[in-house]
Design a protein around this ligand. Sequence first.
Ligand SMILES: [Zn+2]
Length: 428
Amino acid sequence: MTHIDYIKTMLNIKDDNVFFYDNCLEIVKIKGVETKVFNAYLTYTPDCCPKCGCINESSDDIIKWDFKKNCKIKITKVCGYNAIIKLDKQRFYCKHCKKTFTASTSIVDFHKQISNDTNLNIKLELMHKGTEKDIARRNNVSTNHVNRILDSIAIDKLVKNNGFLPEILGIDEFKATKDTKSKMALIIVDQVRANIFDINNSRLSKDIESYFKMYSKKERDKVKYITVDLYKPYYKLLKKLFRNAVLIPDRFHIVLQVRDALDKTRIKLCVKSNPNYKKLKKYWKLILKAEDELSEKKKYSKCFKKDVSQIDIVTYLINTNEEFYNTYQIYQGILKAVSNRDKEKFLNILYHHNKNISRYMKKALRTFKNMEEYIVNAFDYDYSNGITEGMNNLIKQIKHIACGYRKFKHLKARVMLIKGLLNPIIEN
Ligand SMILES: [Zn+2]
């Protein structure tokens, strides 16, 4: 190997038609940044004319013409330095069509200035958490260029997993970007592999329907369980789409309903005329906490002007209002029933509770009664949307790191890349 060959290997240039000049390396300041510039040229004997298609058999067909000089190609950094190849590209003249054309290379796509290696590197970096801005900076390209790469991989491949659906699905919604079709986007989780299956721009029933109808009826019939949010229209739709599936409301969402109800009850009491206004406002977290997790340790409280324990605080506050007290008991009861998977206890609360409760809690219990045939599944089956929640958190994290995404497709591409659901090396 000559030292030129070593340079080629080092720069990962596999095109045999690229040749480096003898003094090929110079260090030049480009826009104030020291850059390693490699001078090379590209030439070969073309097989045919790309303009008219004639086969090149002798110098009667195609001849070498001049060079297209100094084509700059950004390549991946060399020892931390920005690096470019200044490539002189051979031009050819076709004697048949009397037209000229330029040599092409695998280093870079036609008319592009950023090497394919750089683009691949960007794709690989996009698989890890980190902002597009940082990735752009590290690869010496613009953020727009990184976004264009995201665009190219976010294109909906539509049918995932060769048309096979997992036997256990999880469906949830999440706040994505402002350009989603509905306010929230939809996340579909493969509960078997504990990974995201797909994320979808819309949670509207008609879009969910047309989404799942891309999968054959036979495949949909194979789905055994679906964990899903407590949102009745979903159930009707999913029952239609997945005839054999058991629909399981997510336990987390059941708790969320009563938690919201209790919190709203507290907020209603939070009026300035209430002597306990400050205490109710300050100790919201303790009120929502599971009873048996409250501490008995006494600590000085400014509000109470004495040493009190968490149990003391909650006991005091719930006893300031009867409706609040009863609502609190229902909340704690349901919390316990759900965490112990005690269906009897849950149904007992649902049908035999104290009637003097807040209207928010009444509404929550009404929702439960309305959906009783499904709610019981949350107690009878082990599956829950825990994984979905985890995925939701990951999405939040990705959004947070990137300071929010404006375009849904960019967010989607990042999530899919980070979760290893898109292989950027195999073109989609
Ligand atoms: Zn020609």
